[in-house]
Design a protein around this ligand. Structure first.
Ligand code: GRG
Length: 281
């Protein structure tokens, strides 16, 4: 099956899983801001990675139900991070995905609360997933580590503290945490939902780390124009140049593919890795 056909069939099932969430919010006026950042057209790369890893390993991959809560939990954490990243005290962005950011569409206090609510709800979803208790505990631990100070928040702290002279090693470490940790967790969580072996989890970790770095290198290529100049953020393109950054993105994509060598059902994960390394959006 082509990646496009797989996405066309899995994405609606993921969207349907999230469709009614937060309609019961109280006060009722909180429902709209809670749903707004989930409905503004994200690529859903993280939850789709979770579902692809699950399908690569599950004994009955036809039913996605065991993996949908984990996929949604990862997307909720990603969405919270974007809402908080856009706040005036962070990146102070007015637009996200071409639409007003949450604090612009509503107000700053609401945006803080939306982020808080999405983050905490992610863990409620994992705790209630239709999986054995041990798997649910592993999912909670994996997502907490990837989202927190040893993962995305730590990477964001490094970014906030970063000066203009950041070297390649520190920039790589920053992005392994800020972007890579959650992408890697998304992949591994799909494996945990499928009761993957310890060896398969190690392979998914290697795949996820390489995809995470490829995704960020490709992001820097896509943002090369807008991030140019001394006042822009540190980036791989500034350190390595456009062509070398592109080359490394492709190399990381292939490293991800190599991590799954011999897997009989890795087709979609392979296609996603190659897309992440050379993506148009
Ligand atoms: C505020 C705790 C906190 C963390 C923020 C991830 C992050 C840390 C900030 C996002 C800013 C950014 C540009 C990160 C680099 C690459 C990245 C993660 C881009 C956004 O992810 P996509 O492309 O977004 O998957 P969509 O819109 O498709 O969901």
């Amino acid at each position: 099956m082509s990646l496009a056909a797989w996405l066309d069939s899995r994405r609606p099932r993921f969207e349907a899983f999230l469709a009614d969430r937060y309609l019961d919010a109280w006060p009722a006026s909180f429902a709209q801001p809670l749903r707004y950042p989930l409905e503004t057209g994200g690529k859903r790369i993280r939850p789709l990675l979770t579902l692809a890893a699950y399908e690569a390993l599950a004994s009955d991959p036809g039913g996605l139900a065991p993996a949908l809560p984990a996929a949604a939990a990862v997307e909720l954490v990603h969405t919270y991070s974007l809402v908080h990243d856009d706040l005036p005290c962070m990146d102070d962005d007015d637009l996200r995905r071409g639409r007003p950011t949450v604090h612009k569409a509503f107000d700053e206090g609401t945006a803080v609360l939306v982020g808080d609510a999405l983050l905490t709800d992610a863990f409620a979803l994992l705790a209630e997933a239709p999986l054995p208790a041990e798997a649910r505990v592993q999912l909670v631990a994996r997502l907490a580590a990837a989202a927190g100070y040893r993962g995305m928040v730590g990477g964001q702290a490094a970014d906030v503290a970063a000066g203009p002279g950041l070297g390649e090693a520190d920039l790589t470490r920053l992005h392994r945490l800020k972007t890579g940790a959650l992408l890697q967790a998304a992949v591994v969580m799909g494996g945990l939902c499928a009761a993957a072996s310890a060896e398969q989890i190690r392979q998914l970790e290697a795949y996820g780390a390489a995809v995470g770095l490829a995704f960020q290198l490709a992001d820097d290529v896509l943002d090369a124009d807008q991030d140019a100049g001394a006042e822009g953020p540190p980036s791989f393109v500034k350190l390595l140049g456009l062509e070398e950054t592109r080359r490394r993105a492709l190399a990381e994509g292939e490293a991800a593919v190599a991590a799954l060598a011999g897997w009989p059902r890795a087709e979609v994960l392979v296609a996603i890795a190659r897309w992440a390394a050379d993506r148009p959006v």
